[in-house]
Design a protein around this ligand. Structure first.
Ligand code: SF4
Ligand code: SF4
Length: 503
């Protein structure tokens, strides 16, 4: 017996009075919602993913899109989503894939933290009149500096400094590989990173030659599949990142289907065209911190000890202890990706249920490193659901040195967080390799949008700091006394080491 169809989620309508039948909606929708028959536009609402491309491109604002009222008997446990997932799995017998970050309505800790501001007894700083220091250095810092005077009487620094990345803003662009996103999307991000004086990650898909002009602003990634990794790749990056885990899918690997591995991607990843690009769940040469230390040192040795090496992990229950081990592995920074971190494709059950929020991970890692007296040995980069400058200020006050943004950067290029990246049909030219769709994204224009976003968040950060009487990002870091928790339970406040409001 058939399970029947599940109710349509969205209803697309065209106001026929307004419509001038320009057919742009047909051309723009890559999911096949609109089609023309006998000069009339027909609509198949079932195909709609709410990517908003048609609405954005319609010159007459003639398209209406509605979430349909729930067609199930309401039940607090058996939500429409729970029932639909079961029906789909009963039909297909497959893992449900999804894109973007955790979509469960867990409370967002950032939204329950409030920032401090000066009033009467302590002066605030006006960033328009006074200099604000947002420069950020990522890498090991010496505990002490030793300075001597040479024979000519000039001061000389005796302490040997480790290689650091210098950022003009604590906002970096996280790793999104060529394959998961288009080359035009990567180019837009790379140009933006160069414009604003920050860095972006290549992801695990290698470094396309068109990105070579921006290599000084790029962090090259070494993941378990080792795609695209050779000495030339390592030498081109400003820093190297070993990817152990990812917030959207901790503990599992990745899979780029063979049909997406076109000639260009196969060259960049150094794998045969049309073959599946499978990243194993673990690195097969890393089963301990000692193994990790070997890889960190090998990468440093291969690049003449000139580049900082980062280690990226997903935020999980024992993240603080792992980070302390990473600090002892000679790595220069740990990237922690919280459970709201985006992805092109992840099993939905992982995306929504595995890992911990980035806020708790930052606080516990920062505290552990301080407790062990090794905070200077490791920079902390936080990622996973950073949505605005307030999130960044809160992440830094909790203990991060800098943040990676991913989804936010894509949204600034048009992404509507429809979550269908894994289908490869992104109508905004981002998560697709289809040439006609990729061409919709102009790297000149989109790099400007991404740069504008980072610049405006950086300005807002200066305002937030100024209001708190802080003129240097260094003074905001780990400064949890400038945060208060609102409607957070005692246990969470304890992990965050933040007082409740009013205290
Ligand atoms: S894009 Fe708008 S005006 Fe053009 S055909 Fe579609 S609904 Fe009509
Ligand atoms: S990148 Fe494209 S497909 Fe992915 S969520 Fe954004 S709009 Fe949707």
């Amino acid at each position: 017996m058939s399970l029947g169809s599940i109710p349509m989620r969205y209803r697309v309508k065209i106001d026929r009075e307004q419509c001038m039948e320009c057919m742009r909606c047909i051309d723009n929708c890559s999911y096949g919602v609109f089609r023309e028959e006998n000069g009339k536009i027909h609509i198949d609402s079932r195909n709609c993913t709410v990517c908003h491309r048609c609405i954005s491109m319609c010159p007459r604002d003639a398209i209406d899109l509605h979430e349909r009222p729930v067609d199930y008997r309401s039940h607090p446990l058996w939500t429409p989503e729970a029932r639909e997932d079961i029906i789909n799995q009963a039909r297909g017998g497959k893992i449900i894939l999804s894109g973007m970050g955790n979509a469960k309505p867990y409370p967002v800790i950032f939204d329950r933290l409030v920032l401090d501001a000066c009033q009467v007894t302590n002066p605030s700083i006006d960033p328009l009149r006074e200099p604000m220091e947002l420069r950020t250095y990522i890498g090991k810092k010496p505990k002490q500096l030793h300075i001597t005077k040479n024979e000519a009487g000039d001061l000389e620094l005796e302490t040997e400094l480790s290689p650091n990345l210098k950022l003009d803003t604590p906002i970096m662009i996280g790793h999104m590989s060529y394959g998961a996103i288009s080359l035009n999307a990567q180019l837009s991000l790379a140009k933006a990173a160069a414009k604003v004086g920050t860095y972006m990650g290549t992801g695990e898909g290698g470094l396309h030659e068109h990105l070579h002009p921006y290599q000084n602003n790029m962090i090259v990634q070494v993941a378990s599949g080792r795609f695209g990794v050779d000495i030339d790749y390592l030498e081109r990056g400003a820093a190297i990142e070993i990817k152990i885990g990812q917030g959207a899918k901790p503990g599992i690997g990745g899979h780029l289907p063979g049909e997406k591995v076109c000639a260009d991607i196969s060259c960049t990843r150094m794998i045969p065209q049309g073959s599946d690009a499978i990243s194993p769940a673990p690195h097969h040469d890393i089963y301990s911190i000692e193994d990790l230390a070997q890889l960190v040192r090998s990468l440093k040795e291969a690049t003449n000890w000139e580049k900082p090496v980062f280690v990226k992990i997903a935020a999980v229950h024992n993240t603080a202890a792992i980070a302390a081990g990473i600090a002892r592995s000679s790595a220069d920074a740990v990237v922690i990706d919280g459970f709201r971190g985006g992805t092109g494709a992840a099993p939905k059950v992982f995306r929504d249920n595995v890992g911990i929020p980035i806020e708790a991970a930052i606080a516990s890692v920062d505290q552990k490193l301080h407790d062990q007296g090794i905070r200077n040995k490791l920079s902390v980069i936080a990622s996973g659901g950073i949505r605005n400058s307030a999130d960044i200020a809160k992440a830094i006050a909790l203990g991060a040195d800098a943040v990676y943004i991913g989804t936010a950067a894509l949204v600034s290029m048009g992404c509507r967080v429809c979550g269908n990246c894994y289908r490869g049909l992104c109508p905004w030219g981002i998560a697709t390799q289809r040439e006609d769709l990729v061409q919709r994204l102009d790297p000149e224009i989109e790099s400007e949008h991404v740069a504008n976003l980072i610049n405006s968040w950086t300005l807002e950060l200066s305002e937030i700091m100024g209001a708190a009487g802080i003129n240097s990002i260094e003074s905001l870091r780990s400064n949890r006394s400038r945060l208060r928790g609102y409607m957070l339970d005692e246990g969470t406040l304890e992990v965050l080491e933040v007082k409740p409001v009013g205290a």
